[in-house]
Ligand binder design. Structure first.
Ligand code: C5P
Length: 276
């Protein structure tokens, strides 16, 4: 046992850009995505123990991605003891905000640091890709560009400051259902996406191919997007496969006023872009 557990904030993500191509023979879609972390976070307590236990009050069945991350980490490191992880969930499930993936990535990073012989970053990235398509990008705090099915990750750096409203209709959307409802068009995927360095560039880059199927499956996503734009958002769209929608505001005050006045959202918070 270490003296005190490691306390970690596992920050949610939004996809500022999500371009989705054709389905590949392995069943996944080729994609290009610009992923940004936001300040909304789950809080994890991680400690070494003789065997692994994961507790996550309020999440029926516990956090399976975290359990899988610990199994793969211990196996790869040849570590025959385990970890206790307690998760205080604040990121809603099935929202496209990467909650489960962020928890798994945080556990990989910080439980790894507690090992007698930690794995090297490339080995952690390999394990992350086995857990889920979003997990490799969420090993990083900075904005990242992810390609392939999400496993090829390039760290881009810090984004300009912006204030977000994160909102969703109360019902989760299953990622696989949204991908299954997606019909790719003929536009080729971009080879790269440049890191936006100003608020204008940030607002102009926003695009999500999964917004159409997500809004078809959950029409309240469209209503929330319209509400956010009406409330003065510079841009608003579904995050990932939804059902969360994010709006970008230039000031904290404007974000808070918009958040307070939403009618269609069953859940909403204000947050900042980046980990602060
Ligand atoms: O990798 P992950 O388990 O998070 O993916 C969940 C589901 O999302 C997959 O089973 C697949 O249906 C869909 N998906 C996809 N293409 C991707 C990523 C996810 O079709 N690049």
């Amino acid at each position: 046992m270490t003296a005190d557990p490691t306390i970690v904030r596992a920050c949610a993500k939004v996809n500022l850009v999500l371009r989705v191509g054709a389905k590949r023979p392995d069943g996944y879609h080729e994609l290009v995505t610009l992923i940004a972390r936001v300040s909304l976070a789950d809080v994890l307590l991680i400690d070494t123990a003789t065997q692994t236990t994961v507790t996550c009050p309020g999440l029926p069945g516990g956090d399976t991605l975290v359990t899988r991350a610990l199994e793969l980490l211990c196996e790869a490191a040849g570590y025959d003891e385990g970890f206790t992880v307690h998760i205080d969930k604040r990121i809603p499930h099935g929202a496209g905000l990467g909650g489960g993936s962020a928890d798994a990535a945080a556990v990989l990073r910080f439980a790894n640091d507690l090992l007698p012989t930690p794995l090297i970053p490339s080995e952690l990235a390999r394990i992350a890709a086995l857990i889920g398509s979003d997990v490799p990008a969420l090993l990083h705090d900075e904005a990242t560009l992810a390609r392939g099915r999400g496993e090829h990750v390039e760290v881009l750096g810090e984004l300009p400051r912006a204030y977000l409203v994160l909102a969703h209709p109360g019902q989760p959307l299953a990622t696989r259902d949204v991908y299954a409802a997606y019909r790719p068009d003929d536009r080729p995927l971009p080879r790269t996406v440049a890191l936006p360095t100003t608020l204008d560039e940030l607002v102009n880059v926003i695009e999500n191919d999964l917004a159409v199927p997500a809004e078809q499956l959950e029409p309240a996503c469209r209503a929330i997007r319209d509400e956010l734009m009406f409330a003065g958002a510079l841009a608003a769209t579904v995050s990932g496969s939804g059902s969360a929608v994010f709006g970008i505001f230039p000031t904290e005050e404007e974000a808070e006023t918009a958040s307070a006045n939403l009618v269609y959202a069953k859940w909403n918070v204000t947050s900042t872009l980046g980990i602060r």
